[in-house]
Design a binder for this molecule. Sequence first.
Ligand SMILES: NC(=O)c1ccc[n+]([C@@H]2O[C@H](COP(=O)([O-])OP(=O)(O)OC[C@H]3O[C@@H](n4cnc5c(N)ncnc54)[C@H](OP(=O)(O)O)[C@@H]3O)[C@@H](O)[C@H]2O)c1
Length: 353
Amino acid sequence: MSKISTVSIVGGSGYAGGELLRILLNHPSVEIKQVTSQRLVGQPLSVSHPNLRGQTKLKFSSVEDLQECDVLFLGLPNGVSMDYIEKFKSLATHIIDLGADFRLNSESQWSEWYKKEHVKPELMSQFAYGLPELNRDQIAGSNYVSGPGCEAAVSILSLYPLIKHGVIDPTSIIIDAKMGSSQAGNSFSSSSHHPERAGVLRSYAPTGHRHTAEIEQELGEYMPEMRVNISATAVNIVRGILVTIHTNLNAENLELTDKDIRKIYRQEYRNEPFVRIVKQSRGLFRYPEPKILQGTNFCEIGFEIDRRSNRLVILGAIDNLVKGTAGNGVQCMNLMLGLEERSGLGFMGLHPI
Ligand SMILES: NC(=O)c1ccc[n+]([C@@H]2O[C@H](COP(=O)([O-])OP(=O)(O)OC[C@H]3O[C@@H](n4cnc5c(N)ncnc54)[C@H](OP(=O)(O)O)[C@@H]3O)[C@@H](O)[C@H]2O)c1
């Protein structure tokens, strides 16, 4: 029998924490030790995660009461993990931060995009960027991993093969991202108030989306001159992201066919357990759709070439709370602990839903 590792979740009352719990309570090689919430100390986990009723006797603890464990997941708002990080390092050998504090390599870039001074810049280089499809070996060899932003995860996965194979113009990439409401977390604001959020089709970041920095950081490894423009729109769903990415085939690759593009994706993702290329010539489900992916760790990618304008339009879909956060974090944990990478992540989704 394989060793059971102890796992605690900081910020476990939030949406990312809830999904971590749903996945980890069914994981064969871990035991959940503690889950924190500052608001709900002493209350059962089902107070904030009603789907977990009867699944665990654990109650919320405070950050101050955390004990030693093997793996610590951090589901804290951006800018909070770095304040506690020395304490967390003294408690756990492995840390997976789902927030943004350790995603970027550059302190100045971090301050520019997050409008705040970084209090632990010397630790930024200790965290591997947690996207297994690009950084599997680095993650497996790391004690500290930083999970990608959800919008960045699906955009990077959609673009990576095309950037690596040099078939698109790296300076003209437009990411049109449609985002569900759960990506903003479970705290209330005027923009999440039901009468203001329900039914919207609201542009909230036509330019200047923070995930620009990590997308350019990760894909810039393959093409330093690459630049992306993100336009993010809030849509009337709770879970899911769909990115429609407009790119231009570069001059040497204008003749590429569907078969060639499919081959490029297959070359990079043939053995990836959680990436599926979806492009059917007919039927209802011709392209990726976030609704089908709810609760799963899959990222689906499709594409279409527009011969008239030489554009290659890529479509990427994920569940922001699973491949965009918690599921991807568990995939990283499996790699860090030397476990089967798909462990705990077998949920196939629901249809109809
Ligand atoms: N939601 C997504 O789709 C998504 C996708 C990718 C990455 N992420 C990242 O994952 C992290 C968590 O996101 P989320 O959506 O789960 O957020 P959330 O629903 O707002 O949950 C935040 C959690 O952090 C705790 N918390 C807040 N301030 C704290 C403090 N000062 N000290 C200790 N605990 C504190 C909250 O506990 P209380 O019960 O005490 O309030 C709660 O458990 C964020 O960094 C986010 O950027 C989220």
